[in-house]
Design a protein around this ligand. Structure first.
Ligand code: OAD
Length: 242
């Protein structure tokens, strides 16, 4: 059940700009594993081997194969009711921005338009030497080489790497000039992405959280709605439409 105050529904309805900031929990109901917790990816695999430039240079084929495996999962997944609801909010509110830590492209596939991808996108790859981008090559079983001879890597952010500056700057601007900032399905422990929640709060946005449990940032939120994103987001959308 959704326990949201009528006054908060009115605030969302009257907002000029609403941001949805999403993490792995957003795609959990699409069958994509989250990172932390009992069944989390980082409980089974080592980030220092698979999400790190040194791990890639040591064993590029293994890292490539792991991303190929994850790419297959993502390609076979479908946007869930939560992604679809966020895309539908665009029809009812003047401005909606999606900021995501996910690399799975599901917000875009659901129809969201204004998206900042903070940690890259698993559909894209690029040459480490000449920076040429390559799409549609994830099916190749071993790490491919560019025409220039450089190694091709997935266009995702690994530990110790900077976020894509255009994406982070756009996200910071959105966080600092929105009225409502929804934090959906993230443990909010990875920085600088999680700093955007503080930016939004400091700039006066109302924070709502949607998660199956409380997190470190629940204290910043006006309300933490406990439940699955795929259930709660369509319920909030329904209230907005009425
Ligand atoms: P986490 O795995 O750290 O957190 C997922 C969050 O989603 C947890 O707080 C869960 O309680 C919540 N959750 C799970 N299922 C849910 C559901 N159906 N509905 C709502 N909430 C649900 O994932 P992130 O916070 O996204 O970075 O992790 C941040 C970054 O750490 C990732 O982008 C990735 C990872 O290392 C990189 O790879 C650079």
């Amino acid at each position: 059940m959704l326990d949201i105050k009528k006054s908060d529904i009115e605030k969302i309805k009257n907002a000029g700009h609403v941001v949805f900031f999403s993490g792995a929990g957003m795609s959990q109901e699409s069958g994509i594993a989250t990172f932390r917790g009992k069944d989390g990816i980082w409980n089974k695999f080592k980030p220092e081997e698979l999400a790190n430039i040194n791990g890639f240079m040591k064993n590029p084929d293994m890292v490539w194969e792991w991303y190929k495996y994850r790419h297959d999962i993502v390609r076979n997944a479908e946007p869930n009711q939560g992604h679809i609801a966020i895309a539908e909010f665009q029809k009812y509110l003047p401005k909606v921005t999606v900021i995501t830590q996910n690399i799975d492209n599901l917000h875009k596939r659901a129809g969201s338009k204004n998206i900042f991808e903070l940690h890259g996108n698993i559909e894209r790859n690029y040459c480490m030497k000449c920076k040429t981008f390559y799409n549609e090559i994830n099916e190749i079983p071993e790490v491919p080489k560019c025409r220039c001879g450089g190694l091709i890597r997935p266009d995702v952010v690994w530990f110790g790497e900077y976020l894509p500056q255009d994406q982070f700057q756009g996200a910071e601007l959105a966080a600092s000039n929105c009225d409502i900032f929804f934090v959906v399905g993230t443990s909010a422990v990875v920085y600088p992405a999680a700093s955007l929640i503080y930016t939004a709060k400091d700039c006066g946005a109302i924070i709502f959280e949607i998660n199956i449990e409380k997190t470190d940032i629940s204290i910043l939120a006006r309300e933490s709605f406990i439940g699955k994103a795929g259930n709660l987001l369509p319920m909030i959308l329904k209230e907005i439409k009425e």
